[in-house]
Design a protein around this ligand. Structure first.
Ligand code: 13P
Length: 317
């Protein structure tokens, strides 16, 4: 056992010694967010990363995030505390399957562009025309010419939601996020009933059955902005990865935030199903070790060149 406070001091010292900047996604444990130089949603972190001046970036998040950072900043050393920190959405869309499906659509004479959620591998990104995050999806979809069909991969729930808000018809890939997929409408409705006046916040990766009983839908940064805009203390039920409560509470401490389903599981205890097991591989020990030993490192791959064009056009222009 190592004391978290000692580890936090050690990480602070190593950041200086190794000329490193620490980025942490809002779904990472609170202690790591506390010592990160930048925290944020996928879009903000991708943009912050290109402004970093140190020679090394430690990305406390999941593989596709560190990979995108390396692609946008090839000259940097990009470290990911645990190489096994993957993503169920990225896993649900494999390069060969997407290529085959695109070829089938082309053979049918369909005129389409492929829009990928950033939660994909770089190899998949290299097959796509646009990359979106929950934070910029609407504006990117508006950039797809009107006459074209949209193939949206891999999140069917986000895609369905975007169809609704943009009015654009999409061909949806059947992927979903293991964390958002698992919320129970019944638990959510019980929590709402037991907390009269509470406001339900949901990430658009949630299935339709959850979104239709939610009061506010948005990516993680949008959720943070929303709770900050409400000055009167309130109770919010949070239908996304439970670590999100850390930045919400920090930004708007006047409110009470309850995870969904969390406290409402049938045993009455907090349930761990609203935690992303991949994000959870990021521990203080692993952040310290990757700074200390300079690995695991994201290595440049030949298909990064094509993915770079798509990422730059979509996120930086
Ligand atoms: P945002 O932080 O962009 O809302 O995305 C959440 C997510 O899917 C992280 O994997």
């Amino acid at each position: 056992y190592e004391d978290p406070l000692d580890l936090m001091d050690e990480i602070d010292a190593l950041k200086k010694e190794k000329d490193a900047t620490l980025l942490a996604h809002f779904y990472i444990e609170g202690n790591i967010q506390e010592i990160a130089d930048f925290t944020g949603d996928s879009l903000k972190l991708a943009r912050d990363a290109v402004k970093v001046e140190t020679s090394t970036i430690v990305f406390s998040g999941v593989h596709f995030m560190a990979e995108s950072t390396k692609i946008l900043s090839p000259e940097k050393t990009v470290l990911l505390p645990d190489m096994h920190a993957g993503c169920s959405l990225a896993d649900s869309c494999q390069y060969g399957d997407l290529l085959q499906f695109q070829e089938k659509l082309r053979a049918e004479g369909r005129d389409f562009e492929t829009v990928a959620y950033i939660n994909t591998t770089a190899k998949v990104k290299s097959l796509c025309d646009w990359i979106v995050t929950s934070g910029n999806a609407r504006e990117i979809i508006d950039r797809v010419p009107e006459g074209k069909e949209i193939l949206f991969v891999p999140d069917q729930h986000l895609g369905r939601y975007l169809q609704e808000v943009t009015g654009r018809k999409m061909i949806l890939w059947p992927g979903s996020c293991m964390v958002h997929e698992i919320f129970s409408v019944q638990d959510l409705l019980r929590a709402k009933k037991n907390n009269p006046g509470s406001i339900v916040l949901a990430h658009p990766e949630c299935p339709h059955r959850i979104l239709e009983v939610s009061d506010f839908i948005g990516g993680t940064e949008k959720l943070r902005q929303y709770v900050m805009s409400i000055k009167e203390p309130g109770t919010f039920l949070v239908a996304t990865e439970a670590n999100m409560i850390h930045p919400l509470h920090k930004s708007a401490p006047q409110h009470t935030f309850l995870p969904v389903p969390g406290i409402m599981s049938s045993t009455g205890e907090t349930c761990a199903c609203n935690r992303c097991p991949h994000m959870a591989l990021n521990t203080l020990q692993k952040v310290r070790d990757c700074l200390k030993y300079g690995k695991p490192e994201i290595e440049w791959q030949p298909y990064f060149d094509k993915a770079k064009e798509v990422l730059e056009r979509s996120l930086l222009q």
